[in-house]
Design a binder for this molecule. Structure first.
Ligand code: CTP
Length: 404
C-alpha cells in the first residue's frame, strides 16, 4: 500500500471512533503521506489534539481563526491531494450535505478541490434514520466518496451497522484510489443497465417485474472499481450506488431505457445489459384510470425495443457487449441462441432452477457463454463477487481479442 508523497487533510469530528485517529495518522504516514489534521470542538473531547499534532508533526487546527491568526481554509483545501473526514458524525454529515459552514472542517470541505472521502461513524439507529440516508445520498451525489461503515459493536453497546471503517481499511481505500494497479479500465467508458422497467397501463397501473437491480448495480461498481467511468441506466429500483465513478440515469420504461442506452453506447467500450426489460408494453396507455366492468378485461400488448439486439446491430469491433439471460428450462441452449441472435460477445446466464439465483436475493449462480462456444460455470456466490468475476472475464475476452 502506498500513499507516497500524497498530501492528506484529515478532519476528525465528534464520535467515539475519533480515539482511533492517532493510529490512523501513523498508518497514513507509514504509507508515505504527509498529513495535516483538523478537529471540530466535539472531536477534541474524544481525542487529544496534542496526540494528533505529535503523530502528524503538524499543528492541529480547530478554528477558522485562533485569536489574531486566521487559518487559511482555502490554502488547506488547495494543498491537499485528498481530504478525509473520519470519523464523520451524523451532525457533520448533515452540514456537508447542506453546505453549512460553522467551523474550520466545513470551511475546508467547501474550499477543497481534491477528492473528499467520508467515513461515517454513528449508532445504528442514527445510521439508518431516513435523514441520514438522505444526507448520504446527497453527499454521494456531489461526488464525495463514502467509505462504507462496518458492522460490529457500537458505543451504545448494541451490535449493528455504523462503526467507522478500521484505520487499516481506510488506508487501503485511499491507496486503492491513488493506485493505477488493478485499474485496467482506467479512462474507459462503460454502460450498464439494471433493474426492471415499468410499462404504464393507465395513470395508476403498470406492467413490471420483480428485478431488484442488485446484479446490475454490482457490475457497475465492479467496472468502476477497475477504473472505468460507468453510466448506469437504472429502471425503477429501491437500490442505488454510492460509487463516485458511477453516474446513474434513472429511467422508467423500456423506451426510456432504450433511448438512454443508445445515447451512451456510442462511446462506451464495454456495455453490460443486466436489466430485466419488459418485452411487451400496453398498446394503448389510457389517459384516465381504467374502470372496473362486469366483463373480463383483455389488454392488447405490443413489443418493446430489444435494447441488447439493437446495440448488437451497431456494435463496433472495439466494443464488448454483454447480455444476461434468465432461463427456466434448456438454459444453455436458450442462452446460446440469445448470444447469436442479439450479436452479443458474452451472455451471463442464470437459471431460476438454481437455488440462490435470480431476483431479489443477494447471491447468484452464473454461467458465462462466449461466441467461441465455450462456457464457464461460476460458483454460487454473492452478487458482488459474481460481478467481479464477470468483469474479470470481460477483461480476459478483450485481452484475447486484443482490444485495448
Ligand atoms: N433485453 C433488452 N431489451 C429487451 C429485452 C431484453 O435489452 N427488450 C436484454 C436483457 O437486458 C438481457 C438480454 O436481453 O441482457 C436477455 O433478456 P431476456 O429477457 O432473457 O431475453 P428475451 O430476448 O426477452 O427472451 P425471453 O424473454 O423469451 O427469454
Amino acid at each position: 500500500m502506498s500513499l507516497q508523497g500524497k498530501k492528506i487533510v484529515l478532519a476528525v469530528t465528534g464520535s467515539i471512533a475519533a480515539y482511533k485517529t492517532p493510529h490512523f495518522v501513523r498508518l497514513l504516514i507509514k504509507a508515505g503521506a504527509d498529513v495535516k489534521v483538523l478537529v471540530t470542538d466535539a472531536a477534541a473531547h474524544f481525542v487529544s489534539p496534542l496526540a494528533l499534532a505529535t503523530v502528524s508533526k503538524h499543528p492541529v487546527l480547530a478554528n477558522v481563526n485562533d485569536g489574531s491568526t486566521w487559518n487559511n481554509h482555502v490554502e488547506l483545501g488547495l494543498w491537499a491531494d485528498a481530504m478525509i473526514i473520519a470519523p464523520c458524525s451524523a451532525n457533520t454529515l448533515g452540514k456537508l450535505a447542506n453546505g453549512l459552514c460553522d467551523n474550520l472542517v466545513c470551511a475546508v470541505y467547501l474550499s477543497a478541490r481534491c477528492p473528499v472521502f467520508i467515513a461515517p461513524a454513528m449508532d445504528e439507529d442514527m445510521w439508518l434514520h431516513p435523514s441520514t440516508r438522505a444526507n448520504i445520498v446527497k453527499v454521494r451525489s456531489i461526488s464525495n466518496h463514502i467509505i462504507p461503515v462496518a458492522h460490529g459493536e457500537l458505543a451504545s453497546g448494541l451490535i449493528g451497522e455504523g462503526r467507522m471503517a478500521e484505520p487499516e481499511d481506510m488506508v487501503a481505500h485511499l491507496s486503492a484510489f491513488f493506485s493505477d494497479e488493478n485499474k485496467p479500465l482506467k479512462g474507459i467508458k462503460a454502460l450498464v443497465t439494471a433493474g426492471p422497467t415499468y410499462e404504464r397501463l393507465d395513470p395508476v397501473r403498470f406492467i413490471g417485474n420483480f428485478s431488484s437491480g442488485k446484479m446490475g448495480i454490482a457490475i457497475a461498481e465492479a467496472l468502476a472499481d477497475r477504473g472505468a467511468q460507468v453510466t448506469l441506466v437504472l429502471g425503477p429500483s429501491h437500490e442505488h450506488t454510492y460509487h463516485a465513478q458511477v453516474k446513474t440515469i434513472a429511467v422508467e420504461s423500456a423506451r426510456e431505457m432504450y433511448e438512454a442506452c443508445t445515447a451512451v453506447f456510442a462511446d462506451a467500450k464495454i456495455a453490460v445489459l443486466a436489466a430485466a426489460v419488459a418485452d411487451y408494453k400496453p398498446a394503448v396507455q389510457a389517459t384516465d384510470k381504467i374502470k372496473k366492468k362486469d366483463s373480463e378485461l383483455t389488454i392488447a400488448l405490443t413489443k418493446t425495443d430489444d435494447i441488447l439486439a439493437s446495440l448488437g446491430k451497431i456494435k463496433q469491433p472495439w466494443q464488448t457487449l454483454v447480455g444476461f439471460a434468465l432461463e427456466t428450462n434448456n438454459e444453455l441452449e436458450h442462452a446460446q441462441e440469445k448470444l447469436k441472435r442479439k450479436n452479443a460477445d458474452m451472455i451471463a446466464m442464470n437459471s431460476l432452477k438454481d437455488e440462490g439465483a435470480g431476483f431479489a436475493v443477494d447471491t447468484n449462480k452464473i454461467t458465462l457463454l462466449t461466441r467461441d462456444g465455450k462456457n464457464v460455470a461460476l460458483p454460487l456466490q454473492s452478487k458482488k463477487d459474481a460481478a467481479a468475476s464477470i468483469v474479470d472475464h470481460i477483461l480476459e475476452l478483450r485481452h484475447a481479442e486484443k482490444i485495448a
